[in-house]
Write a protein that binds this ligand. Structure first.
Ligand code: PBG
Length: 339
């Protein structure tokens, strides 16, 4: 629309810099903000005691045994981070083609969930529903003779895994496997067992992304996976409309929350999901995104704290209700210090 030269919509009638002039007026018109409430902290859990191993490709991230995770959980509570997300590092001897360790009620994850929920009843605990840490081939499902991932057979195992986690007391199960129909099957099984309070955060729009590399190092699935990829179940990075169909399916099957993953390169998807669905939406700032920012900051090429907070704010602006991020603890510490 063309406005007359002297209209208030034109310079000098309108000078946008007026509102940017002072800190108070910038604060007054700020549209989005980040708080500790927006953060979910993913952590890598090791078997054993007193064990801490640095993840080389994720500076500042350590795989921890449960006893060393306890103080981390305490800090999350103290800083107001609502949820801790657990990812297991499974010993090679427990990995099988069918990943059956995934539903061992005395396995690493259910044991940790029971302990954490006992100690921290008010800290949300989330667990990953997927087979890749447990399979000898590193895929998220079971394979047929040709090496193809079987959908319904995999889903049956995922249901057992989710129920095992829910029975251990987890608050949120988060299927990250991308099998078709798994949200509905998991919801049905939870209802049948009267586990009506277990929330489902569906990794709905999860892309076959190269940004997961450091995560696969962290959980030790990279060497099992080898040169294989996950393109027959994770989405094509070229697609946007398909993400909306995936989100619609997961909501109709009973998801409480949906997720877009990776995060920063997929903020267009976050925005589109936000505009179409009136549902809680989360984005995962994945391992490779974290690694990029950390590496540049370590080289002195970027200002660590500034890019960390800017990246988190961008998720909020795109429409996410929260962010899974390896920066959660550092960001929450900074937010507290600068309050
Ligand atoms: C496993 C899973 C992956 C991530 C979360 N859950 C890796 C994958 O799909 O290969 C990636 C998280 C990250 O990169 O930070 N299903």
């Amino acid at each position: 629309m063309k406005s007359p030269a002297n209209s208030l919509l034109n310079f000098p009638g309108h000078r946008p810099r007026r509102m940017r002039r002072d800190d108070w007026s910038r604060r007054l018109m700020q549209e989005n903000s980040v708080s500790a409430n927006d953060l979910i902290y993913p952590v890598f859990l090791l078997e054993g005691q007193g064990k801490s191993e640095a993840v080389a490709s994720m500076p500042g991230v350590n795989r921890l045994s449960l006893d060393l995770l306890i103080p981390v959980a305490q800090e999350c509570v103290d800083l107001g981070i609502p949820v801790l997300a657990l990812f297991p590092v499974i010993e090679a001897s427990l990995k099988t083609p069918d990943g059956k360790e995934a539903f061992n009620p005395n396995g690493l994850i259910p044991t940790a969930v029971r302990e954490l929920k006992t100690r921290f009843p008010n800290l949300g605990i989330m667990t990953d529903v997927a087979l890749d840490p447990y399979t000898s081939h590193g895929q998220d499902g079971v394979l047929d003779e040709q090496g193809r991932i079987l959908n319904d057979e995999t889903t049956a195992i995922l249901v057992k895994q989710a129920i095992t986690q829910a029975e251990a007391g987890v608050d949120i199960v988060a299927p990250s496997d991308m099998m078709d129909g798994r949200i509905g099957k998991i919801r049905e099984a939870l209802e049948q067992k009267n586990l009506i309070h277990t929330r489902i955060m569906a990794y709905s729009a999860k892309y076959a992304s190269a940004f997961y590399g450091p995560f696969r190092d962290a959980v030790g699935s990279a060497k099992n996976l080898g040169k294989a990829d996950k393109k027959t179940y994770q989405m094509d990075c070229a697609n946007g409309d398909e993400a909306l169909r995936e989100v619609a399916l997961d909501i109709s099957e009973g998801a409480d929350m949906v997720m877009v993953k990776p995060g920063m390169p997929y903020l267009d998807i976050v925005r589109r999901v936000r505009e179409k669905f009136d549902y809680p939406i989360y984005a995962y700032q994945v391992s490779g995104e974290y690694a990029m920012l950390k590496a540049a900051a370590q080289n002195g090429w970027l200002d660590h704290d500034a890019v960390m907070m800017e990246s988190l704010l961008a998720f909020k602006r795109a429409g996410a209700d929260g962010v899974l991020t390896y920066f959660a603890l550092e960001a929450a510490r900074l937010l507290k210090a600068t309050k």
